[in-house]
Design a protein around this ligand. Structure first.
Ligand code: ADP
Ligand code: MG
Length: 585
């Protein structure tokens, strides 16, 4: 990645730094006596504490984290054994970095600062000869290099996937810049400082550049962090079908990204609010964005309140809120599409299954019908023959036996006739019957007719209600087909309420413009979830021998023919079947 020359420079400077460090150690070798060890431990703990209470300063709205370690090192370096002090500070920084996984941008500022500040401090006090100042500058750089590379090895490999990459990114880039910067500044100060006491003033623009640099970097990091959070949020919302979950996710994102005290999302009739900080109940929202109603979605609003004691929201927050609102709109629209697609798929699967079954049933009915015809014909002939035989019987026992056989054949014939009935129903299910002519049918009238038919055999516990539509809609349909649909549905409703002390069956007509619907609603026990899938399947019944399981299958077959549809809503308090019929023009 790096050019050969850059590598050479890095190598040379690093070697220099190491030599400088070692030379300061030789000049003042560390002697691990119990006293120095005690001092060392105390210093270490002290610096660790100083590291942990680094204060987040705010400068023109940007956060700069300043640590206490450097100023303390600087202020005490002249009076305490330098090696112990520097070592303790370095270890403290390492430990602190390991504890909090300090992001690299924080030390960039601080480490360069040491080099500068030390050089400046030495210069201002004018206490040291040039050689010692240079050694101090180099020592400081060595401090940075050693601490930074060790930090990379300890923390960087955790932060990044591989320590090699971490080393390259963190050490070679950051520490190298710091090193060169600190070295040149230190030497410049040494050179200038010996010339004139006002020379440190040259530091002013440098300091300004550094502050600006730190500020820009902080801003950059903050923005990339925000980007990451926004993107993460967007990904989290992919594939969610539930509006409630989306709302909760968005409110959480408001808190995470905008650090709000309270956030609220309003959608048509629903409202979700979350409060994180003590914002007064009646405080008006400080910023809000309207949500557009995308593709048939209800319009809404996303609103936020600032945390008490936080600065007012500005343009940046408005931009972020707009982004979050856009994400909400997209997520809601996607959820709606997903829900519709799933419902459509389920419907198609059901229709597919039923039409396959219908074809099968039609085939079987046809096959059964042929042998049934000659079975019945022959049974009828046999019956006639038996009657003849009985009339001509020679003895009473013969006559009795003939009568018995006649009875047996009659029963067999009844069975054959019953099979014939079932085959007819099967054909109705599969719509193999030629349909009658379409007629203009007024739905209010139709429903009242059905009510009349039903009221004849209505059980005592059930009350029948008809709710006509004031627009009195009519349609071009086969009246007998519709009779059959409604009778089947009503019969099911009545059967569902058999064991109830009291029940109500409601037939309701609704004109819905392009569609008309007829609802059949009962107050029965509802349809259990495990039954709901199989409802329209021929022969599916929960009524044992009392049911045929063909009612709803026939209803479905008829509605498929006329382009109508059927759906149901059910709960333990009752069931409502809704038949929707397209308006013929
Ligand atoms: P059958 O009435 O002969 O059982 P259907 O096809 O008409 O056949 O109905 C199938 C099944 O659907 C019924 O056995 C019953 O379990 C269920 N069902 C239909 N309508 C209702 C209803 N209104 N309330 C409760 N269950 C119902
Ligand atoms: Mg039925």
């Amino acid at each position: 990645v790096l050019a050969g020359r850059t590598k050479a420079i890095i190598g040379a400077v690093t070697a220099l730094a190491v030599v400088a460090t070692v030379s300061t150690w030789i000049a003042e070798p560390p002697r691990p006596t119990p006293a120095t060890l005690g001092v060392f431990v105390l210093l270490f703990l002290f610096f660790l504490a100083a590291e942990r209470i680094s204060v987040p300063l705010s400068w023109r709205g940007q956060r700069i984290t300043a640590s206490f370690t450097e100023p303390v090192v600087l202020a005490t370096l002249f009076w305490l054994p330098g090696t112990t002090l520097v070592l303790a500070a370095a270890l403290a920084r390492l430990a602190s970095a390991a504890i909090e996984r300090r992001p690299s941008h924080k030390t960039l500022f601080n480490a360069s600062q040491i080099a500068l500040a030390m050089s400046a401090g030495l210069l201002v006090f004018q206490v040291a000869p040039v050689a010692r100042i240079a050694a101090a500058a180099l020592g400081t750089i060595a401090f940075t290099v050693v601490v930074d590379s060790a930090t990379v090895l300890v923390v960087g490999s955790v932060e990044h996937a591989s320590w090699r990459r971490a080393l390259r990114e963190r050490f070679l880039r950051v520490a190298f810049i710091e090193m060169v910067f600190g070295l040149s500044v230190g030497l410049a100060i040494v050179g200038l400082g010996t010339v004139h006491p006002l020379a440190p003033l040259v530091l002013a623009p440098l300091l300004w550049i550094m502050l600006r640099h730190a500020r820009l970097q902080a801003k950059l990091l903050r923005e990339s962090d925000l980007h990451r959070r926004l993107a993460r949020e967007q990904r989290r919302l992919i594939g969610i079908q539930d509006d409630q979950l989306i709302a909760e996710g968005i409110l959480e994102a408001c808190h995470d990204i905008l650090q709000v005290g309270r956030a609220r999302l309003t959608l048509a009739g629903d409202q979700w609010t979350r409060t994180w900080d003590p914002v007064p109940e009646d405080a008006p929202p400080e910023m809000g964005v309207a949500l557009m109603g995308v593709s048939g979605l209800a319009e809404g609003r996303l609103e936020i309140w600032r945390r008490p004691g936080k600065p007012r929201f500005e343009k940046e927050e408005e931009g972020l809120l707009l982004q979050l609102a856009a994400q909400t709109e997209t997520a809601l629209a996607n959820a709606k599409t997903l829900r519709e697609a799933n419902a459509q798929r389920a419907l198609l699967a059901r229709q597919e299954r039923l039409s396959t079954l219908g074809q099968l049933v039609a085939g079987v009915a046809h096959e059964v019908n042929n042998p049934l015809t000659y079975l019945r014909g022959n049974l009828e002939l046999a019956l006639l023959d038996m009657e003849d035989l009985r009339a001509r019987a020679a003895s009473p026992p013969d006559a009795a036996q003939s009568a018995e056989m006649e009875r047996q054949i009659t029963v067999a014939l009844q069975g054959a006739n019953r099979i014939g009935e079932i085959v007819k129903s099967l054909r109705a299910v599969a719509r193999q019957r030629p349909s009658t002519e379409r007629e203009q049918v007024h739905l209010n009238k139709l429903v009242e007719d059905i009510a009349t038919v039903l009221s004849a055999g209505l059980p005592d516990n059930v009350q029948l209600t008809v709710v006509p539509d004031p627009k009195d809609p009519w349609m071009l349909v086969h009246p007998t087909d519709l009779h059959q649909v409604l009778l089947n549905l009503a019969k099911n409703g009545l059967e569902a309420m058999v064991e109830m002390p009291e029940g109500e069956l409601t037939l309701r007509v609704r004109d819905e413009g392009a569609w008309c619907s007829i609802e059949v609603e009962d107050t029965g026990p509802g349809i259990p979830p495990e039954v709901q899938d199989k409802l329209f399947t021929p022969f599916f019944t929960t009524k044992g021998t009392a049911g045929t399981g063909l009612g709803l299958a026939i209803v479905h077959g008829i509605l498929k023919d006329v382009g109508g549809s059927i759906r149901f809503e059910t709960s333990p308090k009752g069931t409502k079947f809704v038949v929707a019929l397209p308006r013929t023009r």
